[in-house]
Ligand binder design. Structure first.
Ligand code: DCM
Ligand code: DCM
Ligand code: DCM
Ligand code: ZN
Ligand code: ZN
Length: 268
């Protein structure tokens, strides 16, 4: 996701965490405002472009070597590369957050990574190898030349919400929070936490990756790459994508809240 998606995931999570979780993460992040998670949500995207942060570039995705739209799947052994992947990163940085003997700076960085990666794993094209997660599929959106990955990360979320500032993210998060507590997701949200297990971050996050990757077959590339390449996607394609974007950002925020709660309970 772009900054709007990541900050919205963070605000949704802030709306559901326990008081003790908020206290722990405000301390780890040196931020006593209500935006303590949103303010660090895009840090990992700046860090990966620095010399010191290059190692973390593969941690933003898992390159599922499946065959959309005929067949979608994610397998840890097949798809998590030598240099790592988002599933392995969630495991590693979760374990750092659980180790209270580590230096504060290490756990600060781990917290920033977890907030970001739980967002990215819910973006369907972050769980797909084909065409480098859609980055080499050239398309237009509203007449502007871009690529399929960027359309999902940024163009479609920003068209839906109307901007990308922190204030827009906070507003989108309020809408999704209401949908979770009293609206269209009310009867579903509990099941989003099925199988969540702090003792097994790989199985837990792989299930999130498989669920997102399934949308590559149904919604991202329902008729294959040829059907979207060089096409204008601000039309029926956008209309079909919106419910998936809303759902995936809501799920990411709700699951991030529970993941941080489980960490806070474990170190208490
Ligand atoms: N940004 C965004 N959506 C846009 C334009 C920019 O999410 N339509 C993000 C990308 C950068 C930050 O805002 O992280 C600053 O962008 P810029 O340098 O283009 O102002
Ligand atoms: N991005 C960028 N430069 C930065 C920070 C962010 O270009 N310094 C943008 C490029 C991608 C976006 O971050 O569109 C999303 O990356 P990801 O989906 O891994 O979060
Ligand atoms: N990306 C991905 N899968 C890949 C490579 C990159 O999901 N195999 C994502 C990370 C960024 C965007 O695509 O969100 C652009 O990546 P980069 O800046 O590395 O080109
Ligand atoms: Zn992306
Ligand atoms: Zn990222």
């Amino acid at each position: 996701w772009g900054s709007l998606g990541h900050e919205t995931v963070a605000y949704v999570a802030s709306n559901f965490v326990a008081a003790e979780t908020k206290e722990l993460f405000q301390k780890l992040l040196y931020n006593d405002t209500s935006s303590y998670l949103a303010n660090v949500a895009t840090w990992a995207d700046s860090f990966r472009y620095t010399a010191a942060g290059r190692f973390s570039a593969p941690f933003h995705f898992i390159d599922a070597e499946d065959n959309p739209p005929t067949s979608c799947s994610v397998t840890y052994s097949r798809d998590c590369g030598e240099k790592g992947c988002v599933v392995g990163a969630i495991q590693n940085y979760t374990s750092q957050l659980l180790d209270t003997t580590l230096p504060a700076g290490t756990r600060n960085m781990a917290a920033k990574f977890i907030v970001h990666f739980v967002g990215d794993i819910h973006q369907p094209l972050h769980d797909e190898a084909l065409d480098i997660g859609g980055n080499t599929v050239l398309v237009t959106f509203g007449g502007v030349k871009t690529n399929l990955h960027h359309v999902w990360d940024t163009n479609m979320p920003e068209k839906l919400i109307g901007g990308y500032s922190l204030a827009y993210a906070e507003k989108w998060a309020e809408t999704l929070t209401t949908a979770i507590t009293t609206g269209i997701y009310r009867s579903l949200a509990a099941s989003w936490l099925d199988g969540i297990d702090l003792a097994d971050p790989v199985t837990t996050s792989l299930s999130w990756a498989e669920e997102a990757n399934a949308f590559v077959c149904t919604t991202v590339l329902p008729n294959g790459v040829e059907a979207v390449a060089d096409q204008e996607l601000d039309g029926d394609y956008y209309t079909a994508a919106v419910p998936v974007i809303q759902l995936q950002v809501a799920r990411a925020g709700y699951r991030l809240a529970r993941w941080l709660d489980l960490i806070a309970q474990s170190v208490a």
